[in-house]
Ligand binder design. Structure first.
Ligand SMILES: Nc1ncnc2c1ncn2[C@@H]1O[C@H](COP(=O)(O)OP(=O)(O)OP(=O)(O)O)[C@@H](O)[C@H]1O
Ligand SMILES: [Mg+2]
Length: 332
């Protein structure tokens, strides 16, 4: 561990900026990440992979500073990489190798002696569910098996922190479940810290207790998931028959913030009188309220709400896969 490490923050970043030519990919990033599982969520091009590469010391930062386990990301990348397992988003496997050779090789590259690397390769391949297929060439692997093999490579040296860039990418439901369960186990039984990125709130929710949302290279939210719901104002959801737009106008003229989804209106709950005010508005607008309930936002809603406020055109987290870039383009 770094000499200065206090054991509290696994990762810190202060005013971290990264430019690719003229394009600002990380914009004044400040982070304070304690041990545990953290999900990094953001649309395509938000800067998730760039952030990981900066933290691993794989690319140089333009300005600002950061630490991982107390090590300086600018000068101690080699020490960081020896204590961190990194599962990159791209396919980093050699198709000609068997999984066992690939993982052993990854261990040796990280400085393990051959006997130790071999022993660990068997262990981690079993851990990620590839015990029976470990002697097969990677070129015969499915996408799910390749992702599992990448995870095995990242775990071979028994790292304190695991950084996974979109670990569920391309996985079907079963493989996805297994991947998320393995990551969860790594945190709960292995007592390791995990930092994972995803487009999908559901993935993050299954593994992580904290979330970092990133948008156009800026950190927009950084907090415990359980606190996130509390931060969002409650809404009251009503369904009306006929005159939904009349009702919306009436409510808005009374100063309420209204979101309309067809027949369903969601009204910001201003105070204890909101319910009564809604009923009065219904009388004035001459519409019938069929249903009224306090609306409990789930994480997906919260995420969408936050993105809406930021002006990102995103309708669901799966949309993030195709969301329009607002940042610069990759060198293509
Ligand atoms: N090597 C590079 N050269 C130039 N621009 C780059 C480079 N790598 C990334 N970028 C740009 O930096 C921004 C952030 O990219 P990054 O890959 O970190 O995003 P991401 O959040 O990981 O996206 P995705 O969800 O698509 O993986 C994007 O606008 C991207 O086009
Ligand atoms: Mg990425």
């Amino acid at each position: 561990m770094g000499e200065e490490w206090d054991g509290k923050s696994v990762i810190t970043a202060r005013n971290l900026c990264k430019m690719y030519g003229p394009h600002l990919a990380l914009d004044d990033v400040n982070l304070e990440i304690p041990p545990g599982a953290v999900g990094i969520l953001g649309p395509n091009g938000a800067g998730k992979s760039t952030l990981f590469k900066c933290l691993l010391g794989l690319i140089t930062t333009t300005s600002g500073e950061g630490t991982v386990l107390g090590y300086d990301i600018r000068t101690e990348g080699d020490k960081i990489r020896s204590r961190i397992g990194y599962m990159p988003e791209y396919d980093a496997l050699d198709p000609d190798l068997s999984a066992i050779d690939q993982v052993r090789y990854a261990g040796e590259l990280l400085g393990m002696n051959p006997a130790h690397a071999t022993r660990r390769a068997h262990e981690v391949l079993e851990y990620v569910g590839l015990k029976d297929q470990r002697y097969r060439k990677i070129e015969t692997y499915s996408t799910g098996m390749k992702q599992a093999a990448k995870l095995a490579c990242a775990l071979v040296h028994d790292p304190d922190v695991l950084i996974c860039d979109e670990p569920t990418n391309g996985l079907d439901q079963r493989a996805r479940e297994f991947m998320l369960q393995t990551l969860r186990r790594t945190v709960s039984e292995g007592n390791r810290s995990v930092l994972m990125s995803s487009h999908v709130m559901d993935d993050v929710q299954e593994v992580c207790d904290r979330i970092v949302m990133i948008h156009n290279g800026r950190i927009v939210v950084q907090r415990r998931i359980e606190d996130l719901a509390r931060q969002i104002e409650r809404e009251i959801e009503i369904s009306v028959w006929g005159g939904a737009s009349r009702m919306q106008q009436e409510l808005e003229s009374r100063g309420f913030v209204v979101r309309r989804l067809g027949r369903v209106l969601r009204v910001d709950r201003a105070d204890d009188n909101t319910t009564r005010n809604i009923l009065e508005a219904a009388v004035s607008a001459d519409v019938q309220v069929r249903q009224m309930q306090e609306y409990e936002p789930d994480l997906e809603d919260i995420f969408l709400l936050i993105m809406e406020r930021l002006g990102a055109e995103v309708r669901s987290t799966s949309d993030l896969m195709t969301a329009a870039h607002t940042g610069g383009d990759r060198d293509e």
